[in-house]
Design a protein around this ligand. Structure first.
Ligand code: CU
Length: 149
């Protein structure tokens, strides 16, 4: 059942300068349409079992969101996308979005605890992005990021 939002939902504020500011409450639809880009954290850890891992190693985000990788333990870690396991056209977007790369679609090593690396997925093609930690790929420090519209 949908509630009616009447003009009484308007809030009128009188500012110091005497100007009148009218704020209309926005509908849910507007909020969704103008949803701000979210920031998602992925921790890079050496866990209690002695395993190098991204946590979480499966993450779904929206186009325009940002992922922030956080170095927790077991450094060095980085984020290296695999060119043959990302959507068509993604490599160009990633290369432009990734700072301080050590190679194509290959991010820098994080050494210090709490150091971070961020990538914005603005304009990124939807699909699955497989990435690895270069030093720990063979130790299964690998992950999949799914980008949705
Ligand atoms: Cu690593």
């Amino acid at each position: 059942m949908r509630k009616l939002v009447a003009p009484m939902a308007l809030t009128v504020l009188v500012c110091g300068g005497g100007d009148l500011e009218v704020r209309a409450q926005r509908s849910m639809a507007d909020e969704v349409a103008e949803r701000p880009a979210a920031v998602h954290e992925v921790r890079m850890v050496l866990n209690d079992a002695g395993e190098y891992r991204y946590v979480p190693d499966k993450l779904t985000i929206k186009v325009g969101d940002t992922v922030r990788w956080v170095m927790v333990s077991g450094a060095p870690h980085n984020v290296q996308f695999k060119a043959d396991r990302i959507p068509d056209g993604a490599a160009e977007v990633l290369d432009a979005a990734m700072e301080n790369k050590i190679g194509p679609i290959n991010g820098p090593f994080l050494m210090a605890p709490n150091s971070t690396y961020e990538i914005s997925f603005a304009g990124a093609p939807v699909g699955e992005y497989y990435y690895v930690c270069t030093p720990h790929e063979l130790l299964q420090m690998v992950a999949t990021l799914t980008i949705e519209q």
